[in-house]
Design a protein. Structure first.
Lengths: 200, 563
């Protein structure tokens, strides 16, 4: 059976944290691409409506944005961000039990956010092909959902590694990287919330 | 000097040891089978060579397509290509040149060379680097297959267009992952004592380039993701297959194209002091110039060339336009001028002190690359001025070709320069010099005619339009010849490299009498072998070591004489 050859020794100077920072930067750029394209396409659509002398409204007639679950999602992400930082605080004090609890809470908050997103889809009740708004809405929120799923996987991996004694007060990079990703998710959702749910 | 550490894989051939490097005490682990070893390798020198080989192969294909597309512009009608495929092949030329050739070629050189320059045992994330290569390679194959199946932007086969969009997202993600590996290496794997500003110019330029790629390629990936959702499910937002290139076009236009040429600056900045045989004067300013080139990152935010048009705008709007114009059109000229000017200082200082500069053949490639980049940047100064009506003409294409071919020439120069370290053998200097001259001529012929044709209003990317006679036809003939010459340059370089690196002259560890750490390890280098020169105390640690050895020898001779 083929096996990968042994890799070089682990890097110095917080390689994991630096790598996660790059991942977060790339994720932020990808989200910026999604939101930028959303805004440009929205503006184009509104211009077309203006030129046609129709009502200038991006949401199709009769469709109301479910704002309450979206607002709750915002607070869920802010809460998850605080919990993630609590995990870093706990591991720095070698408190493995509270680290695992904090990571578990982040996971639960993440599942809650996933549930809320599904609730929004159901409440909105529009098909992906029904209007330009629907296509762009599902495109942007779908992209964000992928980032959220990555965050959930990261939470599970970090929790198991933490329980397995992989991290210590002197080696907190893994937990710090996990927290950084969830801070990114919180900030990213703030942007999605404002552009898609408030600005519409 | 001694070289100590653990090798992770067996080198391809026996290391040759020059006078600059001592023996390697290395523990060699059992190597995987020959082909399988390449497939699963996490050795950065192998991954880098895989990138270099495949992107040069891709360059031949893209340039042949380019030659045919340019030839189609000489006359109306489908002379060489079916008329309904020309638009697709034009987008293949632009996207392929950027994402199948220039970016991966320079990324491959960086993956192979940067860890060696930093005295690191390997790349920061070796398995991620391997994943990045194979992700790029496989998605690149699928992108080409999608084009062949009538996909790609403007393609007539809806499923193939969908496949193109998905595989292009994977391709962009793989390139961004490779860039993250390079940037992570520069930030986390430097030798003890080496500050961030002490890293060699090519490594610093690779860091700037990797950062810029990391911040711009995902923006394009996000856009392509929305294009896919719309194209696959609805086709009501972006105009279906015909609207795709309109959304992606910014990735091959000013100012984004500057991002792809940044490593060319690093290569020339690296080679000037080596050619001069002395330390680079005002080195900090050179590093600053390379950092300045990172301003091109704004391309991801602009998603297009900003325009300069003062008709009917408020003073605040006018000021905003001027600021953007300054950042995207004027600022990119500076790094090219600064690298030339400051590198010239090193040569002048060598001449003034009675030294004789020794520019090797790779220096010719590097000078040609940065010269073409500089011309491209100067061409770009006029593009945004609305009154000149250059936007939407082949003038924009000319600028793209100048910068992308600058990257291609730099890539070949880098392979010629670091080839002895990666393969243990050197390419014949005369042949490399000749190819550099041919590449320069090809770039001038491929790009400059479109500067003229742009002023004559030849539309961007168009093949059939009414006004084809006279000077425009001559321009298109010249561009066709230019693309053909560039294809010949790459084919010639590829054949030369195949022969030279397999059976060429075996050289010592430091054939260029260089100044940086990669030349202190045995050739061919492998991951895991690091130079042991002690704490790095300057940006030229190998030169420090050589000077210390010669100072010791002089002192010994003086002592001996006194005794």
């Amino acid at each position: 059976m083929l096996a990968l050859p042994r890799a070089v020794a682990p890097g110095r100077r917080h390689s994991l944290l630096v790598g996660t920072s790059f991942g977060v930067a790339a994720g932020a750029a990808a989200l910026a691409g999604l939101l930028g394209t959303y805004l440009v396409a929205r503006e184009r659509e509104l211009d077309a409506l203006r030129d046609a002398g129709e009502t200038v409204r991006f949401l199709p007639d009769g469709i109301l944005m479910p704002e309450i679950p979206a607002n709750i999602m915002l607070f869920v992400f802010l809460g998850a961000s605080v919990m993630a930082q609590w995990a870093v605080y706990a591991i720095r004090r070698a408190d493995r039990r509270h680290t695992a609890m904090a990571i578990g809470l982040v996971f639960l908050f993440g599942v809650g956010a996933l549930n809320l997103q599904i609730a929004i889809y159901r409440e909105l009740g529009v098909g992906l092909t029904s209007s330009p708004f629907a296509t762009l809405f599902y495109g942007v929120t779908g992209g964000f959902l992928i980032a959220l799923l990555v965050g959930l996987v990261l939470a599970v991996v970090t929790a198991f590694r933490s329980l397995g004694g992989r991290y210590a007060a002197t080696d907190t990079d893994g937990v710090a990287a996990f927290a950084l990703y969830w801070h990114f998710l919180a900030v990213a959702f703030c942007a999605v919330w404002f552009v898609v749910y408030v600005n519409k | 000097m001694t070289i100590t550490d653990t090798r992770t894989e067996e080198p391809d051939s026996a290391a040759s040891h020059g006078p600059g490097a001592a023996s390697a005490s290395a523990t060699v682990t059992a190597p995987p089978a020959r082909v399988a070893g390449w497939l699963v390798s996490a050795d950065h020198t192998r991954i880098g060579r895989l990138y270099i080989g495949t992107s040069l192969l891709a360059a031949v294909a893209v340039l042949v397509v380019g030659t045919l597309v340019m030839a189609e512009r000489i006359d109306t009608g489908g002379t060489f290509l079916p008329t309904d495929t020309i638009d697709q092949l034009t987008t293949f030329l632009w996207l392929g040149l950027a994402f199948l050739v220039v970016v991966p070629l320079l990324l491959g050189v960086a993956i192979a060379v940067v860890p060696l320059q930093l005295g690191a045992p390997g790349i920061a994330y070796p398995r991620a680097a391997a994943l990045a290569f194979w992700g790029w390679f496989l998605s690149g194959v699928v992108v080409v297959a999608a084009y062949l199946a009538n996909g790609g932007p403007g393609g007539g086969e809806a499923d193939a267009v969908d496949v193109f969009l998905v595989s292009f997202i994977v391709l962009l993600a793989a390139l961004a992952l490779g860039a993250a590996c390079v940037a992570g290496t520069v930030i986390t794997q430097r030798a003890p004592g080496m500050g961030l500003l002490d890293v060699p110019p090519f490594s610093f330029a690779s860091l700037v380039s990797a950062g810029a790629l990391l911040l711009t390629l995902p923006v394009l990936a996000g856009t392509v993701a929305l294009l896919f959702v719309d194209h696959h499910y609805a086709r009501i937002v972006f105009g279906g297959n015909q609207g795709i290139m309109g959304e992606m076009g910014w990735s091959v236009l000013q100012p984004q194209t500057y991002v792809y040429a940044i490593p060319a600056l690093g290569l020339l900045a690296e080679l000037f002091p080596v050619a001069a045989g002395r330390r680079q004067p005002t080195r900090a300013v050179v590093i600053g110039a390379l950092g300045l080139a990172g301003a091109a990152t704004i391309g991801g935010a602009m998603q297009g060339t900003p325009t300069l048009d003062f008709d009917g705008v408020t003073p605040i709007q006018g000021l905003g336009q001027l600021v953007l114009y300054g950042i995207t059109a004027l600022l990119p000229v500076l790094p090219f001028l600064m690298v030339f000017g400051l590198g010239g200082l090193a040569l002048k200082s060598a001449v003034n002190s009675g030294g004789r500069p020794r520019p090797g053949a790779p220096f010719g490639f590097a000078v040609a690359a940065v010269l073409m980049g500089l011309v491209g940047a100067l061409v770009g100064v006029l593009t945004p001025i609305e009154d000149l009506e250059l936007l939407g003409t082949v003038y924009q294409e000319a600028q793209t070709y100048y910068l992308l071919f600058a990257g291609l020439l730099a890539g070949m120069g880098a392979v010629a320069y670091w080839g002895p370290k990666l393969w243990g053998r050197q390419l014949p200097e005369k042949a490399v010099g000749g190819l550099a001259a041919l590449g320069l001529l090809g770039t001038v012929l491929a790009a400059f005619p479109y500067v003229i044709a742009g002023f004559l209003n030849q539309p961007l990317g168009a093949v059939d339009w009414d006004d084809l006679d006279g000077p425009i036809q001559i321009c298109n003939v010249a561009a066709t010849v230019g693309f053909g010459l560039l294809a010949l340059t790459v084919i010639g370089f590829g054949l030369l490299a195949l022969r030279g690196f397999a059976r060429g002259d075996v050289v010592g560890d430091d054939p260029w009498d260089a100044q940086t750490l990669e030349w202190a390890v045995p050739s061919p280098a492998v991951a895991g072998v690091v130079p042991d020169l002690g704490l790095v105390r300057s940006p030229e640690p190998l030169l420090d070591a050589k000077e210390a050895v010669s100072a010791g020898a002089s002192a010994g001779a003086t002592d001996g004489g006194a005794a």
